[in-house]
Design a protein around this ligand. Structure first.
Ligand code: GLN
Length: 462
């Protein structure tokens, strides 16, 4: 990552990023640009350097921000009409930490509205296109961030991951994606999706850059009581990957996963062996229920989190409303996308008194069994390997009329989310048709850097 110093001007780095963003407008990575402010900040950093003052670890580095992070710079839409003109009253902790180190946000990236989705097609502002094929999806929900990094507009972008939203678009666009241990990075100032699995992380061009950015944004935050003490302090190379043991999840080497993806993961396992890791197949039967658990727990939390948008306190309010009921119903009808409404309905259903025990409670019990299965696996293995998504990027429009097909995308990515575990997506290979395929590594809590280091070591083996 190029950092501003005596030889490299921040203004040039930022100008170049802004120009690239313009030349790639057809991909629709961005919802809004932050041009004037970004240039102003770059000038400030250059002046500081000229005066010999100390600057941060990311001085002058341009980055892109998923548009569900609040920042005082511009509006935060979450890609929903509900917030399409919402000036952020606060700045999220992650953004504040990046800015303190001199990073410069050049624009806000596109996502599925409220981060509900796996393709960035659920955006009120229209879809983002895949960096490798304009006719294919970017993945989601952090699709704009992934494509902005893949097109080399910026070296890194922030994303959020509730059930795969950093990892799957990273995999679809051949970049690195880090979904950290739950609680590693503050959720303060990020539009909530499902609070028990929401995590904030990064998409980057290299493992080292991802590690550096994570080391900056991680840490305890008094404004988010679920944050844990900072554990992101080692040098990446200190994680001694060679002695590690990897479990290759057998349950995902067949049915439901594309043959080309299975081969890519098997090849990745072979490279890991060549790199000196021990690799063994492991069966974890409960994993096939992950999707069913997630699509009960997550909509329940979504229904609760989205109840605050009532046309009174936040954002959009419908015109021509006659009474309280129509304020709520018309505002919510206009402000949410169909996928948001679907989740609100499912969520309220599974939480309703007649069905709570049969659905929500049962799903939470199954979630505990999944966590136990992970714990057992980690007694033997340092990391578990499988694909991120069952196939490479699909065609735009291919799954928009079939929500269940879209949900199937998430069968492998929701698992570590439910257990609060760190998971990364590392570029593995390219498909025959020239689309990137990512490998997913999952480890015990706080092993985030170990995972990055394993993948970085495998990257060096062809
Ligand atoms: N694709 C998953 C979903 O739609 C995950 C989304 C996310 O991580 N924000 O729920």
């Amino acid at each position: 990552m190029k950092i501003a110093d005596k030889n490299t001007k921040a203004i040039d780095l930022v100008r170049e990023a802004l120009e690239k963003a313009k030349s790639y407008e057809q991909y629709h990575c961005f919802i809004s640009m932050n041009e004037a402010r970004a240039l102003e900040k770059a000038r400030e950093i250059d002046e500081k350097i000229a005066r010999g003052e100390k600057v941060g670890r990311l001085a002058g580095v341009p980055y892109a921000l998923k548009d569900n992070y609040l920042s005082r710079e511009g509006v935060t839409t979450a890609a929903a009409r509900m917030l399409d003109n919402f000036p952020s009253p606060i700045t999220s902790t992650a953004v504040a930490k990046l800015e303190a180190e001199g990073a410069i946000m050049i624009g806000r990236t596109n996502l599925d509205a409220y981060a509900h989705g796996s393709s960035t097609e659920n955006s009120y502002f229209g879809p983002t296109h895949n960096a490798f094929d304009m006719e294919r999806v970017a993945g989601g929900s952090s699709g704009g961030s992934a494509v902005a990094v893949a097109l080399d507009i910026v070296p890194f972008a922030l994303g959020s991951d509730t059930g795969g939203s950093i990892r799957q678009p990273a995999s679809y666009n051949g970049v690195w994606g880090v979904k950290p241990t739950y609680g590693a990075v503050s959720r303060y100032g990020v539009v909530a999706m499902a609070s028990s699995t929401d995590t904030m992380g990064v998409l980057a061009q290299t493992a080292d850059d991802a590690d550096l950015v994570m080391s900056i944004i991680a840490g305890k935050d008094p404004k988010d009581s679920t944050t844990i003490d900072d554990f992101w302090y080692r040098e990446l190379d200190d994680a001694k990957p060679k002695k590690k043991k990897i479990g290759l999840i057998k349950d995902f080497l067949g049915g439901g996963v594309d043959a080309e993806v299975v081969k890519a993961i098997r090849d990745y396992a072979e490279r890991a062996k060549k790199a000196g890791f021990e690799v063994e197949e492991i069966e974890i039967p409960i994993m096939k229920y992950g999707l069913a658990i997630y699509y009960i727990v997550q909509p329940a939390e979504v229904a609760s989190n989205l109840s605050r948008y009532d046309g009174v306190r936040y954002g959009h309010r419908a015109a021509d409303v006659t009474d309280l009921d129509s304020v709520y119903s018309k505002t919510r009808d206009e402000g949410f996308m169909p996928e948001n409404k679907r989740r609100i309905m499912i969520g309220n259903f599974v939480l309703s008194s007649g069905f709570f025990d049969a659905y929500y409670l049962k799903a939470q019990k199954a979630r505990t069994l999944l966590i136990n299965a992970y714990n057992e696996a980690f007694e033997k293995y340092d990391a578990l390997l499988c694909a991120v998504a069952p196939a490479p990027a699909f065609k735009l429009g291919e799954k928009t009329n079939d929500p269940l097909q879209m949900y199937m995308e998430d069968m492998m990515s929701v698992l570590p989310s439910l257990a609060g575990l760190p998971a990364i997506s590392a570029p593995a290979t390219m498909s025959k048709s020239g689309l990137p395929i990512g490998a997913q590594l999952v480890g015990p809590r706080k092993s985030d850097q170990v995972l990055l280091n394993i993948a970085k070591t495998v990257e060096g083996v062809k």
